[in-house]
Design a protein around this ligand. Structure first.
Ligand code: ADP
Ligand code: ZN
Length: 192
């Protein structure tokens, strides 16, 4: 948590799936709670599998849970106006309005922490992540471990029925017939 000012700012935690973005976000949230900051956590496309992951309790038994949102507008509607720290996980799924929302919150003195996958399965910029990384005061890019060769992984390998997904498959697949592996640039495959 090296970057501290009295005013607001934006921190981005970027990287591929399995790179530990959620772990890092939770770590920062937990430390903010220890510092007696009022924290609100949002998560786009909340998945039932992850329910409870964000239940962070402080020594005085206050707990922090993630509010599920689908759009940046829902974040504003559900915003706790007293929160010092506003954290957002899976920010790549949100609309571009999240850039203005994060900027406005920082201008109002809030610490904004956004975690998200910065590249899609093709290795191309994902959603508003590039803009968020540009306007942020602090950016950490995390890596996973390539499941094929053990190198640092910087790519999301999408597999459909066990085979590399072609370039023209949709960025976000509904129905989840796809699966993902962390891979390095050399092991990543995107057939045309
Ligand atoms: P993210 O939010 O970036 O998807 P998480 O914080 O949810 O990441 O999960 C990170 C954890 O995933 C790691 O601590 C590790 O236990 C696990 N993991 C599974 N596969 C891998 C991999 N290929 N490389 C690194 N960690 C992995
Ligand atoms: Zn590799």
């Amino acid at each position: 948590d090296g970057f501290q000012t009295s005013g607001g700012w934006i921190e981005v935690i970027a990287g591929v799936m399995f790179s530990g973005k959620s772990e890092e976000l939770i770590r920062r949230v937990r430390r903010a709670v220890i510092a007696r900051k009022r924290v609100q956590v949002f998560k786009s496309h909340l998945d039932a599998r992850y329910a409870g992951v964000y239940a962070v309790s402080s020594h005085d038994q206050r707990t922090v849970e993630a509010v599920p949102i689908d759009t940046s507008e829902q974040l504003l509607l559900r915003l706790d106006p007293l929160a010092h720290v506003v954290a957002v996980d899976e920010a790549q799924f949100l609309d571009d309005g999240i850039v203005r929302v994060a900027t406005t919150l920082a201008e109002r003195g809030r610490r904004v922490i956004l975690a998200g996958t910065d590249t899609d399965f093709r290795g191309e910029p994902f959603g508003a992540m590039p803009q968020l990384m540009a306007v942020a005061e602090s950016v950490d890019k995390l890596h996973a471990i390539c499941v094929l060769c053990g190198a640092p992984a910087s790519r999301n390998q999408r597999l459909i029925a066990g085979r590399p997904a072609p370039y023209d498959s949709p960025t976000i697949m509904v129905g989840a017939a796809d699966s993902y592996e962390a891979r390095c640039r050399a092991c990543h495959q995107v057939p045309q």
